[in-house]
Design a protein around this ligand. Structure first.
Ligand SMILES: Cc1cc2nc3c(=O)[nH]c(=O)nc-3n(C[C@H](O)[C@H](O)[C@H](O)COP(=O)(O)O)c2cc1C
Ligand code: SF4
Length: 435
């Protein structure tokens, strides 16, 4: 099912996980064309000019992030690959690493060369234990072939990569919590600034980049910034892997040129193939569970950073969750909110308490015990979490609540007033209510 113009172009090529198979697809040519041939500054400029933005959720320009690393720091510098992939609805990094581990290795070495780093780490979420073997095998192969370790390809540049397995906590995907976890401490976020580029792993300059971001780098350095810009839009350059889930005919990962209409991703036979069993689209969460949902009426929005921002939501990590007309939005939101309550690390009060209360109120509304004031109280709680929490997990918990009520308030009101659901007409007894 995998396809796509760039990262997914050869992803199902025979033997791609091994060094020979990767080389047959042009693997490590970027390394040979870059080490000792382009200066590190040139590499940063090319990545800047390509318009590549971080694929981990925030969409920060990658070349710009690299340029923040101080040139003259006496401390070692690090590349940390964020392979924690915990955003519900997002499953792209997993497929990329499973099928093309050498591309990630090549991307990390090139990023390291650009910022003057000699060591990189791949931080994998605990559930990806099987991928650690795949990556360790590829690292050993690359080292044996002189593509990692001392004096790579005789360039005088050396690089080491280590894999690290987390324990499976969503907060460990947040870059500063990830760094704490990698250092052996509890995975809780740190105050920014200082940003990791200046003071990251072991208080040394560190670039944290997502798997997909790093995998774009060899292609960009080998083929140039303008070549990369043949896909996407002016401000959202390149391609993006979208994880499509929900009751579509062909769920899965699809690589799209940024700017593709959402409708095409859901309906085109090349991608999702439309809805299953005569179901209709009711809502779409375009960027993983943390972003505000959109009503079906916005299905013609284009999938790029700017177009989604214009309708009040985000591209995020690219997890497109389709919600059908048989699904109760209150129930769906309650489910999402339970996730954020469970994953809140508890460090700050707005998120720790706010996620708890959002779940309590949603449960009350869903089970038929909601009060007239509950919807506004819910919005008030979300408003006191959004922008007031220590890290972006607070925003991630608040935005789904705000988006769902903005577009589907009538469903919440129906639950409160009629003690039943607009969709499945289920009548709840108030005795079910626990809060
Ligand atoms: C709660 C939370 C979870 C996150 N999870 C991930 C993740 O699983 N993978 C990821 O790449 N970025 C994740 N991020 C974003 C990272 O903090 C960071 O922005 C990203 O790794 C930077 O890489 P990029 O510039 O290549 O996108 C998360 C952020 C937050 C607030
Ligand atoms: S916002 Fe939530 S996850 Fe982030 S520090 Fe506060 S309690 Fe922890």
């Amino acid at each position: 099912m995998s396809n796509g113009p760039l990262l997914f172009k050869d992803i199902d090529a025979p033997g791609l996980t091994g060094l020979d198979g990767y080389r047959r697809q042009g693997g490590y040519e970027a390394l040979a064309a870059t080490l000792g041939k382009k200066s590190p500054e040139e590499c940063i400029e090319i990545v800047k000019a390509s318009g590549l933005r971080g694929r981990g959720g925030a969409g920060f320009p990658t070349g710009l992030k690299w340029s923040f690393v101080p040139k003259n720091s006496p401390k070692p510098k690090y590349i940390v690959c964020n392979a924690d992939e915990s955003e519900p609805g997002t499953f792209k990094d997993r497929e990329l690493m499973e099928k093309n581990p050498h591309l990630l290795i090549e991307g990390i070495v090139l990023a390291g060369y650009a910022i003057g780093s000699a060591t990189g780490y791949i931080y994998l979420r605990g559930e990806f234990a099987h991928l650690r073997d795949t990556l360790d095998r590829a690292i050993a192969e690359a080292r044996a072939a002189g593509l990692l370790g001392e004096n790579i390809l005789g360039s005088g540049f050396g690089y080491q990569i280590h894999t690290h397995l987390g324990a499976g906590a969503y907060i460990c995907g947040e870059e500063t919590a990830l760094l704490s976890s990698l250092e052996g401490y509890r995975g809780q976020p740190r105050l920014k600034p200082p940003f990791p580029a200046v003071e990251g792993l072991y208080a040394s300059p560190t670039v944290v980049n997502n798997v997909e971001t790093l995998m774009n780098v060899p292609h960009i350095l080998k083929n140039g910034a303008q070549w990369y810009r043949q896909w996407g839009t002016e401000k959202s350059a390149g391609t993006k892997i979208m994880s499509l889930s929900g009751p579509v005919k062909r769920p899965g990962n699809y690589e799209i040129p940024l700017g593709l209409p959402l409708r095409t991703l859901i309906e085109s036979p090349e991608y999702g193939g439309g809805m299953r069993d005569g179901m209709k689209v009711k809502a779409i969460i375009p960027g993983g569970s943390s972003v505000p949902m959109m009503p079906a009426s916005q299905i013609d929005t284009h999938l790029d950073y700017e177009s989604l921002n214009a309708v009040g939501t985000f591209l995020g990590s690219g997890g497109v969750i389709v919600i059908d007309d048989q699904t109760c939005i209150v129930d769906a939101l309650w489910n999402i909110s339970r996730f954020y309550r469970h994953e809140s690390c508890g460090k700050c009060t707005p998120c720790r308490e706010g996620t708890y209360w959002m779940v309590e109120i949603l449960e009350r509304i869903e089970k038929g015990g909601g009060r007239e004031t509950d919807i506004d109280v819910l919005l008030d709680v979300a408003g006191n979490v959004f922008g007031k929490s220590f890290c972006a997990l607070g925003d991630a918990a608040a935005m789904p609540v705000q988006g769902a009520i903005k577009h589907f308030r009538a469903e919440f009101e129906h639950h409160v007033r009629n003690k039943s659901c607009l969709v499945n007409r289920r009548r709840h007894s108030v005795s079910e209510v626990t809060a």
